[in-house]
Structures are given as structure tokens and as C-alpha cells.
Ligand binder design. Structure first.
Ligand SMILES: [Zn+2]
Length: 412
């Protein structure tokens, strides 16, 4: 692959805007040189991109998606500048196949996965999957999911996930009571605190992060007590001091997933509209649709306050959407732009804070040391947009070019 020199670009390095007119040289798939002022001279056979008026950023990361076997989700995400996604529950065999594809192709987002979540019999998410897809194949597949009961089953589960390529563990703490769905068992069975602790400890023993699904303050406190490193949703309950303190105690992060919260509560229809303008037909309808499964007692406004308060208290916020191809109200890539827009316009983030949440902060917390910043030696996973998203987050939508492993895979 020949070298590429991006010249005259405003550079957001993942943490701050470090140059108004800088130079980045890409060689052999990596960022080989960064100059914040002095022009770099292009080596022989080098493609030069004049980025005057454009901003160069690290490729965006979506910290909560469901890939399953869906290569198209990855092809779509990268068109929006999302070069990595974190997959939050998948069949081991499906992830292995997806992982092989992302190693061969640069025109898809890279994926890191937890493989199977830490599931128990009839617990989350099998309860909801059986409701929405009540067919025999799905039933058969779910019957092979982990049925965690004790520390021996937990150890086997972690070992098998790691063998399939899992790099973190996801716990489930969900009894379904905030949803207006006819689950066969109400409440949906949840793991004991002792079991959740065993899952966290076994993950930490193997050097893996443990993150957890929880939607309420009660469930959030439960998994933080078990020792998790982060929450894969913000709670829909009003924020209180106990929650803030519990996050601080674990130095835990939160992945808000406002995109899916808005779909569940049936709110933000007009802003989904705005982010669906470039779409047509079924894709547009899908993003404009919503699940509307949250009980009317809850409003997303409380989630905005939860996220704002946690951020103000110094808790790390990592951009994530819960995008899945079959999940109404979400769409790969577009939902990341929507999510960032909501951080700024609903949760009072500065545009810079929003950009950090989708780049360096995720890389740092998920220990992805090869990406998330513009720095010499890191992967050349980059996004070029017109305008200045550090001043106006809307500019993140003006995708001009995307590189993955140094290859220009989007050029609009
Ligand atoms: Zn999810």
C-alpha cells in the first residue's frame, strides 16, 4: 500500500484540537509521522490529500452494538466514520466468522466482542429474544447459551469465550419490569449477587474487563457492588448521590445508549428524522421506527440528567448506541452521529467532550492501545470531515474520507 500524506488539516487527536494546520503521514497501515506546524515532505509514490477546511479525527468507535453475523452493519458503520465497534453479546461461532472478515477487509469496521454475555436459564436476553422471534431455530440456539450457576460454570464460560476471541465480559442484570412486554416469567430471572461477583472476579483474573447491562438504579447498584468496570446503558431512573458514589468507588464508566433509550420510550422522533435524511426506503423507515416498550412512567429526560450528572461528577462517558440491524430506531453509523448530537444538545456536553467520548476515552477504557488517537505508531484508522466538529457537533456528519489500516475506504 502506498503512503498517504494528509496536509493542512485541523487535527483533533482524540483528546483536543492540537493543530489548525497539521500534517499526518500514513505508511504501512499506521500513522508514521505527525507534524502540528511544519509541512512534511511526501515520500516517493505518496498520495497527497489537501485537507484545507477539513478536520482529521481518529476513527469513531461505537462502544455498544450487536453485530451477530451481520457484515452489512460493519460496511454501513464505516461509511459514517465508525472504524471500530464493540459487540455486546454474540454467538461464539458467529463472532469468529466476523472476526476473520474484519481481518481480511478494510472496508468494514473492526469488531471487539464479549462473545456470549453471562447468561442464566430463562434470563436476559433470552426472555426478550424468544418474545420477538418465537421460532424453533432461535429456541434451539438459545438452548445452547451459557447457563451460569456457580463458579465452575463461570470458569468454563470465560475460557470458552476467550478461546473464541472475546476480549471482555458482559453481565446481564435485567428483570424486565421497566418494559411493557408479556415476558413468560415476570420478573425475568436475574443472577444472584454472588454469581455476578464470581463472573466479575473470574474475568478480572484473566485480565478482562467486566461490563454490565442494567437499566435501573437498583440494577446498576447491584452490578457495581459485584465489581463491574462499566455499565452498557445509562439508568432510566432519576440520578442520585448513591449512584454517583457507586460509580466513583469502582472508577466505572457509562455507555449511555441514548439512541436505544429514545427508541424504547418513543421519544426524539423529530431528531431521528434529522439523522435519517440521507436514507431511503426500508433503511429510513427502520431508523424512524421505534420500539416503544418502556412503561409510560419513564421519560428519556431522566436519562439525559443521569448522563449529565455522571459526566459532571468526573465519570467517564463512552459513546455507544446499542445499534443492531433488527433494532428499530437504530442504524449503524447514523446512530453514532445522533448519539453524539444528543450528548451535546440534550446532556450539555461540549462538542469536544462528545468527540472524546467516541474516540480516545473508549480506547483507553477498553485498553485498545493501537487506536483512538492520532499519534505516531497507532493504526491509521482516521476520519476526515468538512468543518469543525469540535465547535459544532453537526459537522461530524460531513464525512469526506475514512481510512482503515491506512487504506482510504470512503471518499465522498
Ligand atoms: Zn445491547
Amino acid at each position: 500500500m502506498s503512503a498517504t500524506l494528509i496536509s493542512n488539516a485541523r487535527i483533533f487527536d482524540g483528546v483536543s484540537v492540537v493543530s489548525e494546520c497539521g500534517y499526518v503521514l500514513i505508511q504501512s497501515g499506521c500513522i508514521s509521522q505527525v507534524s502540528l506546524r511544519e509541512p512534511l515532505s511526501p515520500p516517493a509514490d505518496c498520495t497527497v490529500v489537501d485537507a484545507t477546511g477539513y478536520t482529521l479525527l481518529p476513527g469513531l468507535i461505537d462502544a455498544h452494538v450487536h453485530v451477530y453475523q451481520d457484515v452489512q452493519l460493519l460496511e454501513t458503520a464505516i461509511q459514517y466514520g465508525v472504524t471500530t465497534v464493540l459487540d455486546m453479546h454474540n454467538e461464539r461461532e458467529w463472532f469468529k466468522a466476523i472476526n476473520a472478515i474484519t481481518r481480511q477487509r478494510n472496508d468494514v469496521s473492526d469488531v471487539k466482542s464479549c462473545c456470549f454475555g453471562a447468561t442464566i436459564k430463562n434470563g436476559w436476553p433470552s426472555a426478550i429474544i424468544k418474545l420477538v422471534s418465537p421460532d424453533k431455530d432461535v429456541e434451539d440456539r438459545i438452548s445452547k447459551w451459557p447457563n451460569l450457576t456457580d463458579s465452575k460454570s463461570v470458569e468454563e464460560y470465560i475460557a470458552q469465550n476467550m478461546a473464541a476471541g472475546a476480549t471482555f465480559t458482559k453481565l446481564m442484570q435485567e428483570d424486565g419490569h421497566t418494559m411493557t412486554l408479556p415476558f413468560p416469567e415476570q420478573p425475568v430471572p436475574t443472577p444472584s449477587l454472588e454469581l455476578q461477583k464470581a463472573i466479575v472476579d473470574a474475568s478480572h483474573d484473566k485480565g478482562m474487563l467486566a461490563v454490565a447491562h442494567a437499566l435501573t438504579n437498583h440494577s446498576t447498584l447491584q452490578v457495581l457492588r459485584a465489581g463491574v468496570d462499566g455499565l452498557t446503558h445509562a439508568s432510566i431512573d432519576p440520578i442520585n448521590e448513591q449512584i454517583v458514589e457507586a460509580f466513583k468507588k469502582n472508577n466505572a464508566f457509562v455507555i449511555p445508549t441514548l439512541a436505544v433509550h429514545a427508541s424504547c420510550s418513543g421519544e426524539e422522533q423529530e431528531t431521528r428524522d434529522k439523522f435519517a435524511t440521507s436514507l431511503h426506503g426500508a433503511e429510513k423507515e427502520h431508523l424512524l421506527g421505534c420500539l416503544h416498550i418502556t412503561s409510560d412512567k419513564f421519560s428519556i429526560k431522566s436519562v439525559y440528567e443521569q448522563v449529565y450528572t455522571l459526566k459532571e461528577a468526573g465519570i467517564d462517558v463512552l459513546c455507544g448506541t446499542d445499534t443492531a440491524t433488527d433494532l428499530l430506531g437504530t442504524r449503524a453509523g447514523a446512530s453514532v452521529h445522533h448519539e453524539l448530537w444528543m450528548y451535546v444538545n440534550r446532556c450539555r456536553f461540549t462538542p469536544l467532550e462528545a468527540l472524546v467520548s467516541a474516540t480516545s476515552k473508549i480506547a483507553e477504557r477498553f485498553r485498545l492501545q493501537d487506536r483512538g488517537r492520532i499519534r505516531e505508531g497507532l493504526l491509521a484508522d482516521l476520519l476526515l470531515v468538512s468543518g469543525d466538529p469540535a465547535k459544532s457537533i453537526e459537522a461530524i456528519r460531513n464525512v469526506k474520507m475514512v481510512w482503515r489500516n491506512g487504506e482510504a475506504v470512503v471518499n465522498n
